[in-house]
Design a protein around this ligand. Structure first.
Ligand SMILES: *Cc1c(COP(=O)(O)O)cnc(C)c1O
Length: 395
């Protein structure tokens, strides 16, 4: 008997869907920063940025206080302003579209493919107008969309590509790491992401021009570098604000944690991949469950594990399956409400059902727990609970 019908739950304690992994060396790194001369933007930020460029293969990395601020910086560096349109996917965290609004631009949503749940390059092309300035593809779950296709669309139309890689540190596409392909790529280090800085984000780029704009934007657009001054001035104390910037700096405390965490990427990636393989083999032939098609061109470091329930095979809808899994003490979640459906977007004139594939996905998706702190028992509990609940509701 399933727990929601009065049976015993699969486990006694709730297993959360995502969680940071903090070990003793992470604590030591943060403590050593606290005891040093710099608490904010100092040597740890520089080291963390360097570690990111080494890891991703990008030329430059610019750290920000969080991923959303980093996306805002990238939109600024791309020159997004009033009247510009930027194309993104609706199946993402709202920040992927909000960053366009921060700069006065208009987000435009291109539908996903139902096979892999990632933005469909053909739908991107259909949405391009004379006002389109950029594309923000999202590496949803850590899976990279067809970047060659997206980059070639962008080159043909003179668009900037800002990849939202919040989920994809450690992923690669045709042998190239996320962070080294798009014009700019954002990684987030929020605690549920693959590695964390508490809050934090970074933009990687190979463009010196974008790099300079990003560095300036995150610190009030104030410079004292004599080579970059707009006004001629000879006093050594002189500094000037050249544009409207923000305080979006990462602290050295955050970066110290990041420096320690990034060293663990290979171990974390291996463990995540093992868990994904175990889930895939448990669910691939389970009637009532739909998995995304495997992507041959990319090797993902998965951040999320999402299933779709096939309601044609079940007596109930997704919400009932979701509640039943919660009753088994499995911390399920939903990624994501299509961005255009949020009340704010609805109030600002977006139609309720612009993207039919996103709607179909949204009505059937469930995120299962996936994080490196999960034990084999935890993983087994999720598999047991899903099989138990799905088979209970089989038609
Ligand atoms: C987490 C996330 C962000 C924002 O990152 P923060 O660091 O939380 O600001 C943006 N896009 C996606 C897809 C995310 O998952």
């Amino acid at each position: 008997m399933i727990a929601i019908e009065g049976g015993l739950p699969t486990r006694s304690k709730v297993l959360s869907y995502g969680r940071q992994m903090i070990e003793e060396d992470d604590v030591a790194a943060v403590v050593s920063c606290l005891q040093s001369d710099y608490l904010t933007t100092g040597p740890y930020v520089e080291s963390f940025e360097e570690a990111i460029t080494m890891y991703t293969g990008a030329k430059y990395a610019v750290a920000f206080c969080n991923g959303t601020a980093a996306l805002h910086g990238a939109c600024h560096a791309a020159g997004i302003s009033a009247g510009d349109e930027v194309i993104t996917t609706p199946i993402t965290f709202a920040a992927s579209a909000n960053c366009v609004l921060y700069c006065g631009g208009t987000p435009v949503f291109a539908d996903i493919k139902l096979s892999d749940w990632l933005i469909d390059p053909d739908r991107i092309e259909e949405r391009i107008t004379g006002r389109t300035k950029a594309i923000i593809p999202v590496d949803f779950m850590g899976e990279m969309p067809d970047m060659d296709h997206i980059m070639s669309i962008a080159r043909n139309h003179g668009l900037v590509v800002i990849e939202d890689g919040a989920h994809s540190i450690g992923s690669s596409y045709k042998g190239r790491r996320a962070g080294s392909i798009a014009d700019m790529t954002m990684f987030s280090f929020h605690p549920v992401k693959t590695i964390t800085t508490g809050e934090g984000g970074v933009i990687t780029t190979n463009s010196e021009e974008h790099y300079r704009k990003l560095v300036s934007f995150r610190s009030h657009s104030i410079t004292r570098n004599p080579e970059h001054l707009l006004e001629r001035h000879h006093a050594s104390w002189y500094y000037e604000q050249q544009d409207l910037g923000y305080n979006f700096r990462m602290t050295d405390i955050q970066a110290a944690l990041g420096c320690s965490q990034i060293k663990k990427m290979e171990r974390f990636k291996l463990r995540r991949t093992e868990m994904v393989v175990a889930y895939n083999s448990a669910f691939k032939n389970l009637r009532g469950i739909i998995l995304p098609e495997p992507r041959m061109s990319s090797e993902a470091c998965r951040h999320l594990y999402v299933i779709r329930v096939d309601t044609d095979q079940l007596t109930v809808d997704r919400d009932a399956v979701f509640r039943a899994l919660q009753a088994e003490n499995i911390g399920v979640n939903l990624h994501y409400v299509p961005v255009y459906k949020h009340p704010y977007y609805q109030r600002n004139g977006y139609a309720d059902t612009i993207c039919p594939n996103a709607e179909a996905y949204y009505s059937s998706a469930i995120t299962l727990p996936l994080h490196v702190g999960m034990s084999s028992t935890d993983l087994g509990d999720v598999i047991t609970a899903v099989k138990k609940v799905i088979s209970y509701y089989w038609k």
